[in-house]
Design a protein around this ligand. Structure first.
Ligand SMILES: Nc1ncnc2c1ncn2[C@@H]1O[C@H](COP(=O)(O)OP(=O)(O)OP(=O)(O)O)[C@@H](O)[C@H]1O
Length: 280
């Protein structure tokens, strides 16, 4: 299997918002970060992928299967999902979650689940309603990982976690993809998180996918030129004029070699591409 996920021309309109014509591939064995500001359409995209929301048009294949086919029901066993509003019944405890998941997933691994519970220091007897946001996310991540999925789909799974735990969890995700054919789709508005672990970056802006590109390719393609320099028009991808002078995002290959080009970070690239000409 080449792609863990394929979206072709996927659209869905709500009143006041439309996800428009999204096409992307997530090659098996890689991590794709779906970046976008609040309301850009990340959760909508993920709900469409899980077929929890009907699309208006387009095609979606997950692990090689059309997500509207009957076969998709069995494919769900191979997918670990963490949604941004991960919810369990109010009075349920960590132990009861284990009992339920045992009946839900064919490959539920009780020992592995309790390893994660210990690693995340989650209380085994506390009712879910008394969990903090961070504890909720950790529980959802433990569940998602404990039925041996091949594909993790994570919607804002690191938000609400403190920096140390976030780092630990990002390492866990990177570890997950070390096994052949293990893939991850992870959405976030925290670009620095995704920059660290992702192979591909997809950027959603107001319901449109502005790009889906290999991270290293983005870093190779773009650079920053400081100051007001004469640049070929086709080399310029965005300007920022601030208190400390002008910065220009450029396509490196189109800049004359005499002009020094600095490295651009993913965050910088995205900000420039979205905001374009900006007076700070
Ligand atoms: N069921 C719905 N009915 C009407 N509008 C909806 C529905 N679901 C989502 N929307 C709208 O679609 C837009 C995109 O929402 P979505 O949750 O996909 O964004 P997001 O990128 O995940 O944002 P966030 O980072 O805030 O979670 C929002 O304007 C939201 O109000």
């Amino acid at each position: 299997m080449e792609n863990a996920l394929e979206l072709r021309g996927v659209s869905r309109a709500f009143k006041g918002f439309a996800l428009q014509d999204v096409t992307l591939d997530l090659p098996a064995g890689t991590i794709l970060g779906l970046i976008g500001e609040n309301g850009a359409g990340k959760s909508t995209t993920i709900r469409l992928i899980m077929n929890a929301l009907a699309r208006d048009s387009g095609e979606i294949h997950v692990l090689g299967v059309d997500n509207r086919s009957r076969e998709f029901l069995s494919v769900k066993d191979d997918i670990g999902v963490v949604l941004d509003e991960a919810h369990f019944p109010e009075l349920i405890t960590v132990r009861q979650v284990n009992a339920i998941m045992k009946d839900t997933y064919r490959r539920w691994d009780e020992a592995l689940y309790f390893q994660y519970i210990q690693r995340f220091e989650l209380p085994e007897k506390k009712p879910f309603k008394d969990f903090s946001r961070g504890m909720t996310m950790k529980l959802a991540i433990a569940v998602a990982l404990s039925h041996h999925p091949r594909f993790l789909i994570l919607d804002e799974a690191t938000s609400g976690l403190d920096p140390i735990v976030r780092d630990e969890i990002l390492d866990l995700f990177a570890e997950f993809t070390r096994e052949e054919d293990h893939s991850i789709l992870i959405s976030s508005h925290i670009i620095s998180d995704l920059e660290k672990i992702c192979d591909y970056i997809a950027f959603l802006h107001q319901g449109k996918l502005l790009f889906c590109e290999e991270k290293d390719r983005l870093l190779e393609t773009y650079g920053i030129v400081q100051g007001e320099l004469e640049l070929p028009e086709e080399a310029v991808a965005g300007h920022q004029r601030g208190k400390y002078g002008t910065k220009t995002l450029v396509r490196r290959d189109l800049v004359p070699s005499a002009i020094p080009v600095e490295k651009a970070g993913i965050e910088e690239i995205i900000l420039f591409l979205v905001k374009g000409e900006q007076i700070q």
